[in-house]
Design a binder for this molecule. Structure first.
Ligand code: NAD
Ligand code: TYD
Length: 352
């Protein structure tokens, strides 16, 4: 039985990872540690909450004593660090919390992991690893051609991506300096169930259903490389088990699409399946995001060659699955878009 301390497991990707692992394996124990910010939602985890191999601890990754207690009471084999402030637009209006959670929180986890596992020489236990979940945004922006590889220099632009790049460098430094066994995965834009509707796909879906304007930043020709969340979970699982210690792996499925294409796909789906009155007239080109990265595109050759990973879900299949999930789970949508979300939406979009 291996024990995973998963941070941020009540967020979008973290909760999908917890569910993926508990459905796939009977011999893994998951301790989910999440402070439950606006983005953390225990409702995501109702399908696993009674699983005997699952437990939840509400704690902040910056809280030394709370995290230390978990290490004292359990033999942790892997830390998988999803916990983060994750939204670029929020980082532009309030960068500080991104430094606190994404950088200081990660360093706190690294310090506790290092102390618990007595790193400093070669005594660490076999299989013990710190897995940092990172993003392709640390590489900056691409022109019309080329892809990010693991050797592309870090060149983050937004406060969000800068904080993630700083965290990655600390994770790498704890390997280089103290021999802490680590991996870093850098993936492209995820989509799938449980994504908070501040991100493009669930936001456009929600607005279309509500007959609200569909805000497209600038010309909408910015390109993102979309990855179905289960393919990401599979990659993390493979890297934790078989990845070479100390290495970075990029995860992406060559599913590059301009934003405007995504918006039109969502409109078309809802028009066909739910509401014939929606249409492209709802699209509203609004002020562009400050410092907006033009294009992301990942070269996943290393994880394919070294670990045999490949994405199982094409964009065409994944987007339909995702939109159907949101339609089948309207209550989830209603719960997360009430209250605080309304205030956020009004504040962020009122001047656009
Ligand atoms: P999310 O915002 O949906 O979830 C983040 C989770 O972290 C929430 O449950 C929140 O409560 C928790 N959290 C925040 N601050 C915390 C703290 N101080 N202590 C404990 N828990 C805290 O994010 P997501 O989209 O699921 O992203 C997960 C990870 O993957 C992040 O590290 C993000 O940078 C990375 N990532 C995301 C994407 C994407 O497309 N969503 C792409 C690449 C990388
Ligand atoms: P987002 O989902 O915020 O992810 P990221 O910024 O991490 O890539 O945004 C995806 C793309 O969609 C990005 O180019 C910004 C754009 N976008 C809009 O055009 N309108 C919106 O309302 C949002 C939230 C994003």
């Amino acid at each position: 039985m291996k024990t995973y301390l998963v941070t941020g497991g009540a967020g979008f990707i973290g909760s999908n990872f917890v569910i993926y692992m508990l459905n796939k394996y009977n011999d893994v124990k998951i301790i989910n540690v999440d402070s439950l910010t606006y983005a953390g939602n225990l409702e995501n985890l109702t399908s696993v909450e009674n699983n005997p191999n699952y437990s939840f601890v509400q704690a902040d990754i910056r809280d030394h004593d709370a995290i230390r207690k978990i290490f004292d009471e359990n033999e942790i084999d892997y830390v998988v660090n999803f916990a983060a402030e994750s939204h670029v637009d929020r980082s532009i209006s309030d960068p500080e919390i991104f430094v606190k959670t994404n950088v200081l929180g990660t360093v706190n986890l690294l310090n506790i992991a290092k102390a618990a596992w007595q790193i400093g020489d070669d005594r660490y236990k076999e299989g013990v690893k710190f897995h940092q979940v990172s993003t392709d945004e640390v590489y900056g922006s691409l022109g019309e051609t080329g892809f990010f590889t693991e050797t592309t220099p870090l060149s983050p632009h937004s406060p969000y991506s800068s904080s993630k790049a700083a965290a990655d460098m600390f994770v790498q430094a704890y390997h280089d300096t103290y021999k802490l066994p680590i991996n870093i995965t850098r993936c492209s834009n995820n989509y799938g169930p449980y994504q908070f509707p501040e991100k493009l796909i669930p936001l456009i879906m929600n607005n279309t259903l509500l007959h609200k304007d569909l805000p497209v930043y600038g010309d909408g020709m910015q390109v993102r490389d979309w990855l179905y969340v289960d393919d990401h979970c599979k990659a993390i699982d493979m890297v934790i088990r078989d990845g070479k210690v100390g290495e970075v792996y990029n995860v992406g499925g060559h599913n590059e699409r301009p934003n405007i294409f995504i918006v039109k796909t969502i409109i078309e789906y809802i028009k066909e399946n739910v509401d014939s009155e929606v249409g492209e007239h709802m699209i509203k080109h609004v002020a562009d995001r400050k410092g907006h990265d033009r294009r992301y595109g990942i070269d996943p050759q290393k994880i394919k060659d070294d670990l045999g990973w490949y994405p199982e879900t094409t964009f065409e299949v994944g987007i339909k699955k995702t939109l159907k999930w949101y339609l089948d789970n309207k209550e989830w949508f209603n719960n997360v878009t009430s209250g605080a979300y309304q205030k956020y939406y009004e504040k962020m979009y009122k001047d656009k």
